[in-house]
Unconditional design. Structure first.
Length: 326
């Protein structure tokens, strides 16, 4: 009857210490928020939720104070091995002497009360894998007494070519030392079907040659016609340009000096105006020629003749495959 009051006295001391040093806890905002949630949940006696909050806070930013609080929560929740582990982790980080004393005292107090589970394995076979509650157990932990929280644990063992073995280990919350032996796995009696290798499927192709086609398609015929228009427009532009130059030359010959009075000024101005008009017409003709060249090029390249169509009969696909080039 004297043990119980001492236990609660220690827990009360932990709580008081952590309240006094609350400002020195996690500096990360998210970790601090989770830490505060854990404190509130612990006061509401929601132990599982509180422990998860402290654990998440420590995962974001590991700190000695958070680990001590997590150990305190696990201890309240009767998870002695988890609490002992949290206190030991706190000792690797703690700098404050008061927190160090709390963590060390709790490790010493919990260690004699821990329960242990040993997964005993005889001669392991190739590929043997053991899991506890569907989580792999490292081979280095086989045949070792490992501190563990109280509860029921599902143990399974598998190996290639062997039947799966399953068992259950029930561990008390305190002072337990449980061993569960993994037997030699029985060979799987089911016949092993060798993996099938996919055989190549013969494909028969019935190639229908494309009919002979001329390179001069409808579009290319039109392109040639447009080229002709462009050539005519270019020739007209050249003739009009030369005529414009001649008119300007004749106007200059009648009145060579614009600064002197000229008796044939009217005739010279008329020739000059005609030259400007024909120069404008020449530019227009050259423009038509340029547009015709662009249109003809586009029609020629887009009007290439289509290739033949290849028809393939594929028995595996149970259908006809049509392939073509466009």
């Amino acid at each position: 009857m004297r043990t119980l009051p001492r236990r609660w006295t220690s827990i009360a001391a932990i709580s008081a210490l952590l309240i006094l040093t609350a400002r020195a806890r996690a500096q990360n905002a998210e970790a601090a928020a989770l830490f505060d949630d854990g404190v509130k949940l612990l006061k509401q006696n929601k132990l599982a939720e509180a422990c998860n909050a402290f654990e998440s806070s420590n995962r974001i930013e590991p700190r000695a104070g958070t680990l001590i609080r997590l150990g305190d929560c696990r201890e309240h929740n009767n998870q002695l091995a988890s609490a002992w582990s949290a206190y030991k982790d706190a000792l690797t980080r703690v700098k404050d002497p008061h927190k160090q004393k709390v963590a060390r005292d709790r490790v010493a107090a919990l260690e004699p009360r821990l329960s242990y589970l040993t997964i005993a394995v005889g001669t392991p076979i190739d590929g043997l894998a053991i899991s506890r509650d569907d989580k792999p157990v490292d081979a280095g932990l086989w045949n070792r007494a490992i501190p563990i929280d109280g509860g029921d644990y599902a143990i399974s063992a598998t190996a290639p070519g062997h039947a799966t073995w399953k068992g259950t280990a029930t561990v008390p919350s305190e002072h337990g030392n449980i061993t569960i032996a993994v037997p030699k796995l029985a060979e799987d009696s089911r016949p092993v079907t060798p993996p099938t290798t996919a055989q190549p499927v013969a494909v028969t192709r019935d190639v229908t040659p494309a009919p002979e086609t001329s390179m001069f398609t409808t579009k290319r015929d039109v392109a040639l016609g447009v080229v002709g228009v462009g050539v005519v427009a270019g020739v007209v532009g050249i003739v009009l340009g030369n005529s414009a130059k001649d008119k300007q030359h004749d106007a200059y010959a009648l009145c060579p000096d614009p600064a002197q009075p000229c008796t044939q000024a009217d005739q010279a101005n008329s020739l000059n105006a005609t030259g400007h008009t024909r120069a404008f017409e020449a530019d227009a003709a050259f423009g038509v020629a340029a547009v015709a060249a662009i249109v003809a090029g586009a029609l020629w390249f887009t009007g290439s003749p289509e290739h033949g169509v290849e028809v393939a009969i594929d028995p595996a696909a149970r259908g006809v495959v049509v392939m073509g080039h466009f």
